[in-house]
Design a binder for this molecule. Structure first.
Ligand code: M6R
Length: 622
């Protein structure tokens, strides 16, 4: 949520910032801006809308500047207009910064700064930070005498003093006009990475903006600052204690973040699922012995297998994966499991008995609500594990141990490949835990053999893309949809509805199919498509009954069924099939046509699939 990129080096900063912002645009795209430091002044360009709008207003002569900061915004405070776009200058014009996060006490700080004589131009919380730093900077200068050299220490102190006053979350990249040879990055609760190249540095919210320049990075922890100068970089805490940080290798490659011939990232990421699921499973599944090896948590399996209770917390699509996980943990491992909305978890004063295992599920590893739940669980003494995609992300580093999804960067705002991999990891965990409790070797071998077949079965579903597009086209003028499933396919119904909502702007609800008759059936007309997930499973007969109920009321049905199920055809206005598999693993197949349906519906409606209205990929504010 909001993307930051800053460059300090010897090359022209402007194209590097623009390129970086394009790579971060999925984090927010309400407005964008850059500030370039050149000839003793800041040149600032800002505009509402996309990075392409920003490019349109950039003059070519700014290719001279070799230092600058940039931002792509997802608005929290103040509408997305030019004034509210970042970078923000302080009142004196000496401090300029870009910010990702939320300053919770901005209103009281603003009031105080106004009393001190500061003037504000925007409605943002960010401008308060710029003014606060400016205020302390001027105070330090005044104390040392106006003729004292404008050295880096004053800038550094001002940032530290300002941040002690600030409550909230921030990733900041800051420049000071008096200290052109230093750039400061600082973080708390929002991600910030320093890319370390040869005589050049890139500070960014995520690795996608860095990888083109260097694969060496320093992942800042909360309350850490980095000082970048021509001579190198230094890291310390905001309380001025030096910290030594190791350089890490960024694990993503450039081709993973390119479209590679696809029209949209979502389309690419749906299509990648067979291959990334193979990567997720390979080397982790030992079919012969009916066992699973998950390096990151191998040492935790013993504790996990003895636990009396598992709590999972996640948001959005990851929460839906958690619901599948709950079912798998209870059915295969017989461990009582609950799934919580991460955003609600801490407000319930949750009870975590001794020995509770807490599992956070997050693609980005940066979701603020999930991170807050992790912190709450840690405070209460739980062992905290993570199922995360982004290597080195905050949740990955905050949890006690974890499993990576290994699906590569997910850039489309609508999560697709992360969901199927989250379910794959949860299935592996449930099978191994079951094996360590009371699941027989034969059953585990059978399940794992089926699990290894999932990638190629997903591949088979892809062939129905045109058929699914025609179904989307035929129903495109319908503004309300229902998605219905039972058991393990109920979370898939929720996920299908979420996908359609977020990129097509069609109102959709996911429901347990049997709940329909308790109220929502009143909505059924021939104008409301009802998507049923009615594969061959233990609820098959029952869900056919639910389909009949809808059809009896003139409802139109789109049915996701098992390949070769001819009986179900008579109930379907539109039929989509998926290969057969064991019931516990079906969500990894049944979700795929729903992803494709949402994708095609959004394309047919002419929406920007990868940048849906009002959304951003990584929700780093609570
Ligand atoms: O990065 P995370 O998995 O923690 O993100 C959680 C949700 O914000 C995310 O799944 C969101 O719901 C997606 N836009 C759904 O497609």
């Amino acid at each position: 949520m909001c993307g930051i990129v800053a460059y300090f080096g010897k090359k022209p900063a402007q194209p590097i910032l623009i390129e970086g912002l394009k790579r971060l645009e999925y984090r927010g795209y309400d407005s964008a801006g850059i500030a370039l430091l050149k000839n003793g002044r800041f040149d600032i360009y800002k505009t509402p809308g996309r990075i392409s709008n920003l490019e349109d207003i950039l003059p070519p002569e700014d290719l001279q500047a070799t230092v600058g900061i940039g931002h792509t915004r997802w608005a929290t405070h103040g509408e997305p207009n030019t004034v509210n776009a970042h970078p923000h200058l302080d009142d004196t014009g000496k401090i300029v910064l870009v910010h990702n996060g939320i300053i919770e006490n901005y209103a009281s700080l603003k009031k105080w700064l106004i009393k001190e004589g500061c003037q504000f131009r925007s409605q943002t919380d960010t401008e308060v930070v710029a003014n606060l730093i400016g205020y302390f900077y001027e105070k330090n200068c005044a104390r040392d005498g106006q003729n004292a050299p404008k050295d880096r220490n004053r800038f550094e102190w001002a940032v530290q003093e300002a941040l002690t006053e600030v409550h909230g979350t921030y990733g900041l990249a800051i420049m000071c006009l008096d200290c052109p040879n230093v750039m400061i990055g600082v973080k708390k609760g929002s991600p910030l990475i320093l890319g370390v190249g040869e005589n050049e540095y890139v500070i960014a919210s995520d690795a996608a903006a860095i990888i083109e320049h260097t694969s060496q990075a320093v992942y800042l922890s909360d309350n850490e600052m980095v000082f970048v100068t021509e001579g190198g970089f230094e890291t310390k805490t905001v309380t001025n204690i030096e910290v030594r940080k190791e350089l890490s290798e960024i694990e993503i490659s450039l081709d993973q973040i390119e479209l590679e011939g696809f029209d949209h990232y979502m389309q690419k990421e749906i299509a990648e699922q067979p291959q990334v699921l193979e990567t997720c499973l390979n080397g982790r599944v030992d079919v012969k012995n009916g066992r699973v090896i998950l390096g990151g948590i191998q040492n935790q399996f013993r504790i996990l297998a003895r636990t009396k209770r598992v709590i999972m917390a996640a948001c959005g699509t990851a929460w839906h994966a958690g619901l599948v996980g709950e079912f798998l943990f209870e059915q295969l491992a017989r461990i009582p499991t609950e799934v919580e909305y991460a955003s609600e978890f801490r407000y319930r004063n949750p009870i975590l008995e001794e020995g509770t295992i807490f599992i956070a599920i997050s693609q980005s590893g940066e979701t603020a609500d999930t991170l807050a739940a992790v912190e709450q669980a840690k405070e209460r003494g739980a062992t905290v594990l993570g199922i995360v995609n982004v290597v080195g992300s905050t949740i990955a580093r905050t949890t006690d141990a974890g499993v990576y999804l290994r699906v590569g960067p997910e850039i489309g705002v609508a999560s697709t490949k992360a969901f199927t991999a989250q379910v794959a990891v949860l299935a592996m965990l449930a099978i191994e835990l079951g094996r360590r409790r009371h699941l027989g070797a034969d059953a585990a071998q059978y399940l794992l053999r089926e699990l290894m077949q999932i990638p190629q079965k997903v591949r088979r579903i892809m062939a129905q893309s045109d058929h699914i597009r025609r179904i989307a086209q035929a129903n495109i003028d319908r503004e309300n949809w229902l998605f219905l499933g039972r058991g393990l396919n109920y979370p898939v119904a929720l996920e299908g509805a979420l996908k359609l909502k977020e990129i097509s702007y069609i109102h959709a609800e996911g429901l347990p199919a049997a709940e329909m008759k308790h109220g929502p059936i009143a909505l059924i007309t021939d104008r409301m498509p009802a998507v049923f997930i009615a594969t061959k499973c233990s609820h098959y007969e029952k869900i056919i009954g639910n389909i009949e109920e809808v059809r009896a009321r003139g409802g139109k049905t789109i049915i996701i069924a098992t390949e070769g199920d001819d009986h179900i055809r008579q109930y379907a206005d539109h039929l989509i099939t998926v290969p057969d598999t064991v019931e516990q693993l079906q969500p990894m197949l049944t979700v795929v046509p729903l992803q494709m349906l949402a994708y095609h519906a959004a394309v047919v409606r002419g929406h920007d699939v990868d940048k849906p209205r009002n959304l951003a990929k990584s929700v780093t504010v609570e």
